[in-house]
Design a protein around this ligand. Structure first.
Ligand code: AMP
Length: 413
């Protein structure tokens, strides 16, 4: 018997309604903010991710699903920001519509060690806005993230926010950190000792107690920010205050990817345990240019849907919204005739089904009940002879005979 690859999941019919609901809510909210959907491919040139996320990023070093195809190295996308930027440049969207607001919903792939809330194939609902560095846009994007969570019936989440500053500020931050950590290098974990040379910002993310203690003792603030970046950050905070969006400034929040500049944010939920990030995002003002496009600001975020579902209070079952009509036929002639009746019902947009397992009348009634059918239609020999059909209302239990020619008109809800 074949089994799923570890870290992947079948979304079975019983669960799929909640996924559809989350997708429907997302589409509604995104269109309220004037975002359009984009659907980039799931597979890209691996170099796109190496270049944008950074060679030293954990995703690039350890988590890429790679496909060697003759000379080419492809990768299943670990995230969609790089794909959206590639698409923006490749399709010359910067020329036709330099300011672009897009959203996406779909699977991402990372070769991680599976655990609760951490999969190898998981789903993002996310957005990207390209073409502006305006602080008000950061405010809109963060408020949109909060709006989505509120509409997903997620409460108790926390928004952490920080600013990395521009490229120069980031360099300064890295230099300051190296200097400050110089004397405690031997107390850092082995990974962080390497990060000191390769990607010092990642030390701020480290989950090891000893590293966390050292980071706490650094008493980080915004010494690295230039006046423009500090101004930008303060404008973002003012905007959030104005909208009544609560946040916490977290000076050690850096995000693990090279492309982030200025605002970064992460949304956590206390009920998620060790994998407590429900979503994250930030500005990436240099990425468009780095991938060959114009020098233009950009910002985005993504939620992990599996984690959203772990804390969402949206009901798992879509409430009694089943319009299904279930047809029960008795005898071969009725069965064939029934095919025409089903076709007619569907033609008029009435969801309809019948029994294909040769169940008894009782068995069929049970099945109609399990399917939560609105109506049951019974077509037996007598009904056929008189050109009528029995219609039973499953909610009231009422039953009546209806002329076959009047059926669709009679039962259309
Ligand atoms: P990231 O691109 O790493 O910032 O991810 C954004 C969000 O996606 C995270 O906050 C998580 O909610 C979710 N996420 C990231 N990696 C995984 C994973 N391996 N399994 C499930 N969800 C994930």
């Amino acid at each position: 018997m074949f089994k799923r690859i570890p870290g992947t999941k079948d979304i079975l019919p019983a669960e799929v309604t909640i996924w559809q609901e989350i997708e429907k809510i997302s589409r509604g909210i995104f269109s309220l903010y004037n975002y359009q959907e984009i659907r980039p491919p799931l597979v890209e040139d691996a170099k796109l991710f190496n270049r944008s996320l950074g060679q030293t990023a954990e995703i690039v070093q350890k988590q890429m699903f790679l496909i060697q195809n003759k000379e080419e190295l492809y990768a299943l996308r670990p995230e969609a920001t790089a794909s959206v930027v590639r698409s923006y440049i490749e399709n010359s969207l910067d020329k036709t519509n330099s300011f672009l607001k897009v959203y996406y919903i779909g699977p991402m792939f990372r070769l991680e060690r599976p655990q609760k809330g951490r999969y190898r194939q998981f789903h993002h609902v996310g957005c990207e806005v390209l073409g502006s560095s305006d602080a008000c846009l950061d405010v809109e994007v963060i408020s949109l993230a909060a709006k989505l969570l509120d509409n997903f019936s997620v409460s108790g989440y926390k928004i952490n926010i920080n600013s990395l500053g521009c490229a120069k500020d980031k360099e300064k931050l890295q230099k300051n950190l190296r200097e400050a950590l110089k004397n405690s290098a031997d107390k850092l974990c082995v990974d962080c000792q390497n990060r000191l040379k390769t990607n010092v910002l990642r030390i701020l993310d480290c989950k090891h107690e000893s590293c966390k203690k050292i980071v706490d003792s650094l008493k980080l603030e915004h010494q690295h920010l230039c006046p423009e970046c500090l101004d930008h950050f303060n404008s973002v905070l003012n905007g959030l205050d104005l909208l009544g969006i609560e946040y916490k400034i977290n000076y050690s929040l850096v995000r693990g990817l090279d492309y982030y500049t200025r605002t970064v944010f992460e949304i956590t939920h206390p009920e998620l345990g060790s994998q407590d990030a429900i979503g994250a995002g930030g500005r990436y003002n240099n990425l468009v240019q780095e991938l060959g496009g114009p020098d233009t600001g950009a910002i985005g975020f993504a939620f992990g849907l599996e984690r959203v579902l772990l804390v969402s209070k949206l009901s798992q079952e879509k409430k009694n919204e089943n319009d299904l009509v279930f047809l029960i036929t008795l005898g071969d002639l009725a069965k064939i005739r029934g095919m025409g009746i089903l076709a007619d019902l569907r033609k008029y947009g009435i969801p309809a089904d019948t029994d294909y397992e040769n169940k008894s009348l009782k068995g069929c009634m049970r099945k109609a009940n399990d399917l939560n059918a609105r109506l049951v239609l019974i077509l037996g020999e007598n009904e056929l002879k008189n050109n009528v059909i029995t219609v039973k209302n499953m909610l009231s239990g009422e039953q009546k005979e209806v002329n076959l020619s009047q059926l669709t008109k009679e039962i259309k809800c």
